[in-house]
Design a protein around this ligand. Structure first.
Ligand code: C2E
Ligand code: MG
Ligand code: MG
Length: 761
């Protein structure tokens, strides 16, 4: 016996005791019986036309009279129920029994003045009937002792259901507002309508493409839901498959005979489903999102109320489905990279976190590849952003091909990609994927109308050897990537502990450089450029230097690149331009003329709109002639790009000189030079270095000089370190020379000493 049963039994015993005490006190029985019979008769007559059920419990004999209406309210005929308390105990809802009995007891023991309860009774057909039961005590003569309890049953099912419907409706709206999971809300919606119509079973299906997906159906068997999940909709696919296809309501009166159910009835009939009405669920723009289905165990069509409810149920489910779809879109936006359709950084992080958990549990190793395209910035700067986008899309495709299905791939940002190589036994697993990436990426493609061969660098780190959490693994893989770049790009590098120290140093540079640029703690040195034939200084190149109290002399290439990365280059260039031009003005005042000041402009800054007004301002402020200022830009910038040409033109209109720095090592073609109005080509040190030993390099230098001349450019050779190099360049007809042989970069005062005489011995 359960605890509840015990309690109920106790209550019944208590009532029984009370009842027998009362019965004994009210003897003699025959007088009593006559009186009772008379009053019962009167009462029954009074109640005959009432819609209420009547009950009368004789506390003396323990007989209970149930009126025909009382019985029919629960679906029984007069003779089907016995007139005793057992009948009630069997028909009352088990969850309500105890509380009703407590109220009876309280009323009989005068603890309570009245008796009125609402309870659920079970109908003959199994559904619940809500009943309001009121009773009053009948006492004998002037005595206050009750001898019977007489009462009524009023069927309040409709009212109660309406109240419950409202309550559940409010709950559903609250769930929608609170963003509860759609599956939970679908179940609530189904229950809402199932409670309203006895015997009804509901389902909600979502439409994805042309497939029906299970949404919610708490009262339908799992096997049925499973059979429908993934079904393709069509003009004759059950009720919901058809309604989602046509966008119109489909009422199937008999599943067994309707042709639309021919292929599906085998999964429905065994579960008692005999009819199915389906309403398409639509969003606010009328697009079909799914279907709401109503099932009964008998073949029939909906009545007016059911028909209305089918409409409102589909509308309610529509609110949830539309919200769900919007959220899915938002999730997709957050989790997928719009350009390449790879996972976004957000999703990748989630995946790596999960991978760490799984790998820790299974004691597995995984590799993380941090991939960065080589020289991507130049592609963007020279060929434009749309070409850059095309390259990124192609790279994403190639990288996806390089990894296995079980690996995670994502685009983290810009030209940075990551691959988590799942379950590797040794370093070989990740290296194998890295090799495939390098080889697939370096296949040529057409970009901006020209043949282009991309390449990438890859840093590899392993869980758990190199780090046990996501942040560390990513950081060390990035450190290894940096090393791969430093080693000459187009390669992969494994993370090693020493790399962290290097990274630490870079981090420090980043930290201190910001302050140094803001506080203008950098200085300039000047490297002379001479007329290759006379040896006389014709100009200088301003080069930045940074001597940090703790870091010492920091390599310019390193801090210039860092300044670019942290977005400090613009401010720094402004300072270099001002300082260099002021210096030139000072030298001129000392009679140091004619001489040119060359300033390096980083490719990125070169394309900045503010550069032209900045230069104009600096020239005006310092009072130098525009033709005394020379800007050096690297080759990447001179690629065929309308915008870049325009900028060149605007700068030229100011009257300044332009030089292409590091000429020959980028991937600009000589042909592109014909569009450009530059004054100097600075042949890169790389060719000058090789010129003596390698006849091909010499040939190339000679050709560059000739072609440059033919196109109207003057030629400077940089990085000259030996007499032989110098004389060879003289022979080849080069115009200007720069290099350690002539002078290393020196401070402003030293330039004064070099002025006027030939720097060639
Ligand atoms: P760059 O513009 O090509 O400058 C020439 C570099 O070659 C300078 O290095 C110079 O010191 C070095 N050099 C000159 N002659 C010789 C030689 O005979 N042998 C050798 N081994 N090296 C020689 P530095 O000063 O280290 O600068 C490196 C690069 O950093 C520069 O290359 C330039 O691209 C960049 N840079 C330096 N200062 C600035 C600046 O103020 N702004 C910008 N945007 N870039 C700068
Ligand atoms: Mg330069
Ligand atoms: Mg250079």
């Amino acid at each position: 016996m359960t605890e509840i049963d015990n309690k109920e039994q106790q209550l019944l015993n208590d009532i029984e005791k009370l009842r027998s005490t009362l019965a004994v006190a009210h003897q003699p029985k025959d007088i009593l019986a006559t009186q009772l019979f008379n009053s019962e008769e009167r009462f029954a007559r009074a109640m005959r036309n009432s819609r209420d059920g009547l009950w009368d419990w004789d506390l003396v004999t323990n007989e209970v009279y149930y009126s025909p209406r009382w019985k029919s309210m629960l679906g029984y005929a007069e003779h089907e129920l016995e007139n005793n308390l057992d009948t009630w105990t069997k028909l009352v809802h088990p969850e309500d029994k105890e509380f009703v009995l407590i109220n009876v007891q309280k009323y009989l023991s005068q603890e309570q003045d009245s008796f009125e309860v609402e309870m659920r009774m079970i109908h003959k057909e199994g559904h619940e009937v809500y009943v309001r039961s009121r009773a009053f005590k009948v006492t004998q003569g002037s005595s206050s002792k009750p001898i019977r309890l007489t009462g009524t049953h009023v069927n309040i099912t409709d009212q109660k259901k309406a109240e419950l419907f409202d309550k559940r409706n409010t709950k559903i709206l609250e769930m929608i507002a609170k963003g509860k999971p759609a599956s939970e809300i679908y179940n609530e919606i189904a229950l809402l309508y199932e409670e309203r119509h006895a015997g009804l079973r509901c389902s909600m299906l979502e439409l994805e493409g042309d497939k029906l997906l299970h949404g919610g159906a708490p009262s339908l068997p799992k096997s049925y839901c499973k059979a429908v999940h993934g079904l393709k909709n069509g003009p004759e696919v059950g009720s919901c498959g058809t309604s989602t296809y046509t966008g119109k309501r489909v009422l199937v009166e008999n599943i067994e005979t309707d042709p639309k159910w021919a292929d599906l009835k085998e999964v429905a009939l065994p579960h008692g489903m005999r009819c199915c009405w389906s309403e398409p669920i639509k969003n606010s723009h009328g697009k079909v999102l799914g279907a709401f289905g109503m099932y009964y165990d008998q073949p029939r069509l909906p009545n007016e109320k059911e028909s209305k409810d089918l409409t409102s149920a589909a509308q309610l489910a529509g609110i949830v489905m539309e919200r769900e779809q919007n959220q899915k879109r938002i999730r997709d936006l957050a989790y997928t990279d719009n350009l390449t359709h790879l996972s976004s950084r957000t999703l990748f992080y989630l995946n790596v976190d999960e991978l760490i958990k799984i790998s820790a549990r299974k004691k597995q190793k995984f590799g993380l590849l941090y991939i960065d395209l080589d020289n991507f910035k130049s592609v963007n700067d020279s060929l434009g952003h749309s070409a850059g986008d095309i390259l990124l899309i192609e790279v994403a495709k190639r990288l996806s091909k390089a990894c296995r299905d079980i690996d995670y791939i994502a685009r983290l940002s810009g030209d940075e990609f990551c691959i988590a190589v799942n379950d590797v036994k040794d370093d070989y697993g990740a290296a194998h994927v890295a090799k495939r990436c390098l080889s697939l990426i370096s296949k040529p493609l057409e970009l901006g109308g020209r043949n282009f061969t991309p390449s990438c660098s890859i840093g590899i780190a392993h869980y758990p050897d190199d780090g046990s959490d996501r942040q560390t693994i990513l950081k060390v893989a990035d450190t290894a990537l940096y090393e791969a770049k430093e080693l000459g790009k187009n390669r992969y590098t494994f993370y090693k502990k020493e790399l962290s120290q290097k990274a630490e140093y870079r981090f420090k540079i980043e930290q201190y450089l910001k302050e140094a640029i803001e506080k203008q703690q950098l200085s300039l040195v000047y490297q002379p450029k001479i007329d290759i034939n006379t040896g006389i200084i014709i100009g200088v190149e301003a080069l930045s230097r940074w001597d940090h109290p703790m870091l010492g002399q920091v390599n310019p290439s390193e801090f210039i690149e860092t300044a670019e990365q942290i977005g400090m280059m613009k401010g720094h260039t402004e300072w270099v331009l001002k300082t260099a031009c002021q210096q030139l003005a000072l030298w001129k005042k000392d009679g140091f003329s004619p001489i040119r000041m060359a300033v390096n402009i980083s490719p990125h800054h070169f394309l900045d709109r503010d550069l032209v007004p900045l230069i104009q301002g600096v020239i005006n402020e310092s009072g130098i002639m525009p033709s005394e200022l020379e800007l050096e830009v690297t080759e990447g910038i001179v690629q065929i790009n309308q915008k870049n040409h325009l900028l060149f033109e605007q700068l030229k209109e100011l009257g300044i000189l332009l030089a292409i720095d590091d000429f020959g090592i980028g991937y600009s073609s000589l042909a592109s030079l014909k569009h450009l109005n530059v004054d100097f080509l600075k042949i890169d040190k790389y060719f000058i270095n090789d010129m003596l030993a390698d006849p091909k390099a010499k040939l190339l230098v000679g050709s560059m000089i000739d072609i440059g001349h033919n196109l109207g450019h003057k030629i400077t050779a940089e990085g000259i370190e030996s007499e032989q190099q110098l004389s060879m360049l003289q022979d080849l007809g080069c115009d200007c020379a720069q290099g350690y042989l002539i002078s290393k970069p020196v401070c402003a005062d030293r330039i004064l000493a070099l002025y006027g005489s030939s720097l060639l011995n």
